[in-house]
Design a protein around this ligand. Structure first.
Ligand code: ADP
Ligand code: MG
Length: 361
């Protein structure tokens, strides 16, 4: 283990070279760190702004060794890093944060919901589904409809299908490829909210203001922060996030997605053990944004302030929408972030904009 806090000039290793890695690298550079990116793609968005780029599969022993050799601490920006990669880094004596346990729980929706309930964070009702018979049993026990989700690998609403009754069980099971799943009761939410928070190496925590998130076709479209909420909801959100961070003995930034029901009850949907799309507004809305906060946390630095300096609406630029950069760059209230991705496939996150207005008094 290195001595924390890591001094400027140290190198931060990152597994994954997408936009989250890119914004982490930019934040790290601001604090005087170098960054090493490991990604299978030669042209990864983060690799192009980093001091070191290692092009290798996530489970390639040589690539992981090269990353460990050059890095003082290693983190990840991609949630589907194979667990074996973190095991290998641990064998090499690398300091990894967040740790393999947090990643392993977040990678498996069944383990995640089981963990959350065990830690005192409420979720929707759920059942493990390993066969059509399990799915029928879940429909009988929990009622219809149920949202069937693959336990692993889903993102941006992929790997999910509603099942409206026993008659649709076989089709739904097959549509998801007959792999281990979890079936969830409908969340019946009034709105979706998220909390991005950080825990430092000495256990201190810092929460950003509550964010209201709007999904379209399973993809985050827009996030608004700070979101107004009753003091009871704010306190409950804070309690839930603090509980999760403590139960994981977590180091770094986490994104916790929640459903707010009509009666104000909060249910945790899922958490991401990394910087989160619902926290992109902090880039322009806070003194210390979520990317710098994550670097601070894993480097053992003090956490920075998280208050909002403005009201922010973040909008993802999906696919061709990023082609409007000329127009967006002309809007004085709009801060434009582009990820340097080549191909504008439909639904692909190409960038985002933060639109700032003064905080209501
Ligand atoms: N149990 C549920 N009931 C109702 N809507 C849900 C439920 N689970 C997920 N959703 C909707 O689908 C979106 C994506 O689901 P989520 O579990 O967050 O998967 P992903 O990993 O793709 O983000 C959620 O943000 C929410 O809008
Ligand atoms: Mg989600």
């Amino acid at each position: 283990m290195p001595d924390f806090p890591l001094p400027p000039g140290s190198t931060i290793g990152v597994l994954g070279g997408g936009q989250l890695g890119r914004m982490l690298a930019l934040a790290a550079a601001r604090l005087g760190f170098d960054v090493a990116i490991l990604d299978p793609e030669p042209d990864a968005p983060a690799a192009r702004v980093a001091a070191h780029a290692i092009v290798a599969a996530y489970d390639d022993p040589e690539g992981l060794k090269a990353l460990a050799d050059v890095s003082d601490v290693i983190t990840f920006e991609f949630e589907n890093v194979p667990a074996a990669a973190l095991d290998r880094l641990a064998e090499l004596g690398a300091a990894v944060a967040p740790d393999a346990r947090a990643l392993g729980i977040a990678q498996d929706r069944l383990a995640e919901k089981t963990f959350l309930n065990g830690a005192g964070a409420p979720t929707v009702g759920f059942a493990a589904v390993d066969s059509v018979a399990d799915l029928r049993a879940a429909l009988a026990n929990l009622g219809a409809p149920l949202l069937l989700k693959t336990r692993r690998g889903g993102y941006d609403g992929k790997g999910q299908i509603w099942v409206h009754g026993a008659g649709g069980a076989t089709t739904a099971w097959k549509a998801l490829g007959g792999q281990p799943c979890v079936a969830e009761t409908p969340a019946d939410f009034r709105r979706e909210v998220a909390v991005v928070a950080a825990r430092g190496r000495s256990g201190e925590i810092a929460l950003y203001p509550l964010t209201e998130s709007h999904h379209e076709a399973g993809i985050l479209r827009r996030a608004r922060a700070p979101a107004s909420a009753t003091p009871r909801v704010l306190a409950e959100a804070e309690r839930i996030v603090a509980t999760i961070l403590a139960a994981l003995d977590y180091v770094g930034v986490i994104g916790v997605e929640m459903f707010e029901r009509d009666d104000g009850k909060l249910l945790v949907n899922e958490f991401a053990p990394r910087v989160h799309n619902t926290g992109h507004w902090t880039l322009d809305g806070c003194e210390v944004d979520q990317f710098e906060q994550h670097i601070r946390a894993i480097a053992g630095w003090p956490l920075g302030p998280t208050e909002a300096l403005a009201q922010v609406e973040m909008t993802n630029l999906l696919g061709e929408e990023a082609n409007a950069w000329r127009k967006l760059a002309q809007e004085p209230e709009t801060r434009l972030w582009l990820y340097g991705k080549g191909e504008a496939r439909p639904g692909r996150k190409m960038g985002h904009v933060n639109r700032l207005t003064p905080l209501p008094r």
